[in-house]
Ligand binder design. Structure first.
Ligand SMILES: Nc1ncnc2c1ncn2[C@@H]1O[C@H](COP(=O)(O)OP(=O)(O)O)[C@@H](O)[C@H]1O
Ligand SMILES: [Mg+2]
Length: 312
């Protein structure tokens, strides 16, 4: 039985401009024990899908099962199996950190939970803040509390919606260390993130969502292998010739240029030479997950990204 089974999920919102379809026939099974990544640009429908899973929004059609429990018909049972860290920072400002976690335990009917609460505080670097009021915490600290709240009832399935958006490196490392440990101990993890290097490092399998539809679904290693061509990467302070600038991904001084084959690498280098662009630290590398993502989203490699249902 899958940990989570999305079955033909569609969602249409009523908006002032008329109906808007945020999800279109999403079929996806996440197996027990997976570390699964759900990727997609802003607005792709990731949070909508997670809200439907968490029972916070209703699908227009289709159904979601959590270890066999329907999130609508069997809400309490399904909800108890899930620990959801929402994308938005929502919290009750009147309580301190420990009180919030005790209250959350109470919602799930878990009594005498202080030993586990202490362990959560410790593992998330919150021990010092146990008695601090939620209002007084920085954004990053609030994010940690949200993670602790999601885990307070020891759910078998952990769902994280952009948990590292805008948080510092230290929290990212603390969080990944802890979540990876929980996954090793048997918890299923469903993660959405904008940080593709995190997804590449952590997720065994990945689905890419675009405009409410799954456009790629496979093991991370397969996605990387199926990516075509190479990336010519270098540093420069000069402006690129227009033809190259159009094709390049530029981050500060770092330029990354996709190339289908050796001939295209040669022609890129020739264009740079003709334009008198001085390059440093040049390398040619295999595409990483960010390159694969860009290929999939631009539709340039849909054909060689295998779409498969139950690859494990
Ligand atoms: N309550 C809502 N009413 C209308 N449109 C919505 C609502 N919630 C989300 N949307 C729209 O649905 C699309 C998907 O949003 P979302 O699931 O938040 O995307 P993601 O999490 O992938 O960035 C977006 O275009 C968003 O504007
Ligand atoms: Mg979102």
């Amino acid at each position: 039985m899958p940990a989570v089974s999305f079955q033909a999920i569609s969602k249409t919102f009523a908006t002032p401009k008329g109906p808007f379809q945020a999800l279109n026939q999403v079929n996806l099974d996440i197996e027990e024990g997976e570390f699964f990544g759900l990727l997609g640009p802003n607005g792709a429908g990731k949070t909508t899908l997670i809200s439907i899973l968490a029972g916070l929004a209703r699908a227009s059609s289709g159904r979601v099962l959590v270890q066999g429990s329907d999130v609508q018909a069997d809400f309490a049972e399904a909800r108890r199996k899930l620990g959801v860290v929402p994308q938005e920072l929502v919290f009750d400002p009147f309580f301190n950190v420990r009180e919030s976690l005790r209250i959350q335990s109470g919602y799930f009917g878990v009594k005498n939970n202080d030993a586990w609460i202490d362990e959560l505080l410790e593992n998330l670097g919150l021990t010092d803040k146990a008695n601090a009021n939620m209002r007084q915490l920085s954004g990053g600290m609030k994010r940690r509390v949200l993670v602790a709240q999601a885990l307070v009832h020891k759910p078998p399935i952990i769902v994280l919606d952009e948990p590292t958006a805008g948080v510092d490196v230290e929290l990212r490392q603390t969080l990944w260390h802890f979540v990876a440990r929980l996954n090793k101990e048997g918890h299923t993890v469903l993660l959405t993130t904008h940080y593709l290097e995190e997804a590449e490092a952590l997720c065994g399998r990945i689905a890419m969502l675009k405009s409410g539809q799954i456009v790629a679904l496979n093991r991370t290693s397969e996605l990387l292998q199926a990516a075509s061509g190479s990336i010519l990467q270098f540093k420069t302070d000069a402006a690129l010739p227009p033809a190259l600038a159009m094709a390049a991904r530029v981050t500060g001084r770092i330029v990354q240029l996709p190339a289908h084959d050796a001939a295209e690498i040669e022609s890129h280098l020739a264009a740079l030479r003709v334009a008198g662009v001085e390059v440093h630290d040049m390398e040619i590398r295999r595409p990483d997950l960010e390159d694969v993502f860009l290929q999939v989203m631009s539709g340039t490699s849909a054909s060689n990204i295998p779409l498969e249902g139950v690859a494990l």
